[in-house]
Design a protein around this ligand. Structure first.
Ligand SMILES: Cc1cc2nc3c(=O)[nH]c(=O)nc-3n(C[C@H](O)[C@H](O)[C@H](O)COP(=O)(O)OP(=O)(O)OC[C@H]3O[C@@H](n4cnc5c(N)ncnc54)[C@H](O)[C@@H]3O)c2cc1C
Length: 395
């Protein structure tokens, strides 16, 4: 493990920092969260700017439009863009952080040439069709069926919690191609064009008022066999590659945002009066925030350790699960601290007077979501217990 930056990495950082300082003042303001058409334009325009400047797909191969840099430079990129408050990946999330990295490792040369450059140029938005109503934590129980018909798979079934399905061009979808074998062995990973006939996307409104998720009903959707990634019935292994990326680097920007949130909460506490004293005078609050800040530093070190491991092995190992569990637990506790600080204002999704309650209430709900997305905390505990600590397997 090497946690030091090389001279080349320091140069990369300073060049990136200068470029961000130059371009960010010209980026138009972010559209409201739920204006999807405007968001698509904004998210993909930023991706296009990154591509043109050579900052798209930092650690993706150069032959497909990436920069061909190291995972450490990718980490520096995430760190600098977050510190400069540059736009986040937004609806390019699945393409850039899940499907794309999986294609880099698992896809054929033709598939890579067809899909990686448009993701990097911000032309294609992807979604992830893994979860089903009865297959979330137990993903291998998925039932969405694909039957081979000549050069096509014909897919029928249902997916749920499909983020960005209503704006996506492609879906990385897991389907059942064999029902006569143990459940992990009958799954296949396909690239499904979202304009295929037979796809019915029904957005789901969540408690924060948004419709980021959808249910997806599939009725005899024909997907070419040429869109299969990996072998037929080998999709579970391919999916584990995807989830490893998801639990590895996909949360780095989140972590950095949370560091800012802690600093903002400390600042807020210095301006809020509680029972004729400043909230900041409460030693308990200072201790709780200090503990969270220290844990965030530890998680940053763990991130760098995980990246160091990925530099050697190409994949993030169980350190990704440890990070996911610890980070989302911390984020949950931070939400509680914020609600405690805001008192009655924590009941409002909108700002009240001078208090930025809307931001913190949304942050609190986001923290809850994060304990479920990409594998729940209980599932992370199972993986860590069994794979890292060698505890007996769950029955
Ligand atoms: C913000 C967000 C974005 C998402 N985006 C997508 C997406 O784009 N595409 C997609 O396919 N899915 C997506 N999901 C779905 C997500 O992957 C699932 O919600 C998650 O895997 C949990 O599955 P479930 O909701 O079916 O819960 P369940 O699996 O039904 O779990 C219910 C409860 O039981 C617990 N539990 C289950 N099994 C065990 C066990 N073995 N041991 C102990 N406890 C257990 C769980 O921890 C949980 O508390 C998203 C979810 C969220 C919150």
């Amino acid at each position: 493990m090497d946690l030091c930056y090389t001279a080349e990495e320091d140069t990369f950082r300073s060049e990136l920092r200068a470029w961000l300082a130059d371009v960010l003042p010209h980026v138009p303001p972010e559209p409201p969260t739920h204006e999807w058409a405007a968001r698509r334009v904004w998210d993909t325009a930023w991706q296009q700017m990154l591509f043109e400047a050579g900052y798209a797909g930092i650690n993706w191969p150069t032959e497909y439009g990436g920069r061909g840099a190291t995972p450490t430079e990718h980490l520096i990129f995430l760190e600098e863009t977050e510190r400069a408050r540059a736009p986040y990946v937004g609806m390019n999330f699945v393409g850039l952080l899940h499907a794309g990295p999986t294609l880099v490792v698992e896809a054929s040369a033709e598939q890579k040439a067809a899909h990686l450059p448009p993701i990097l140029r911000g032309e294609h938005v992807w979604c992830q069709g893994f979860s089903e109503p009865s297959a979330g934590s137990d993903l291998a129980a998925l039932r969405c069926r694909a039957i081979r018909d000549g050069d096509h798979y014909v897919i029928s079934g249902q997916k749920i919690w499909t983020s960005f399905a209503h704006v996506a061009d492609y879906c990385e979808i897991l389907v059942r191609t064999d029902t006569d074998v143990p459940k992990h062995r009958g799954i296949t990973w396909l690239i499904m064009p979202m304009d295929s006939a037979g796809i019915d996307v029904r957005p789901l409104r969540t408690m924060d008022g948004g419709i980021e998720f959808s249910e997806m009903f599939l009725d005899e959707v024909r997907v070419p066999v040429a869109n299969r990634v990996g072998d037929e019935n080998d999709g579970w292994r391919v999916a584990m590659t995807t989830l490893s990326f998801e639990r590895g680097t996909a949360f780095v920007s989140e972590l950095l945002q949370t560091m800012e949130l802690v600093a903002d909460l400390a600042e807020l506490a210095k301006h809020i009066t509680r029972r004729s004293a400043l909230a900041w005078d409460d030693a308990g609050l200072r201790r709780d925030l200090g503990k969270v800040a220290a844990e965030l530093d530890a998680l940053w070190a763990l991130t760098r350790r995980n990246i160091s491991e990925a530099s050697r092995t190409g994949l993030v190992g169980a350190g990704g699960n440890v990070f996911k569990l610890a980070y989302t637990d911390l984020r949950h506790r931070l939400g509680e601290i914020a609600m405690h600080l805001l008192e009655r204002a924590s009941l409002s999704m909108d700002d009240i007077d001078e208090l930025p309650s809307g931001r913190h209430v949304h942050g609190r709900i986001h923290g809850l979501k994060m304990t479920i997305a990409a594998g729940t905390s209980q599932v992370q505990r199972n993986i860590i217990g069994e794979r890292l600590l060698g505890l007996p397997k769950e029955r």
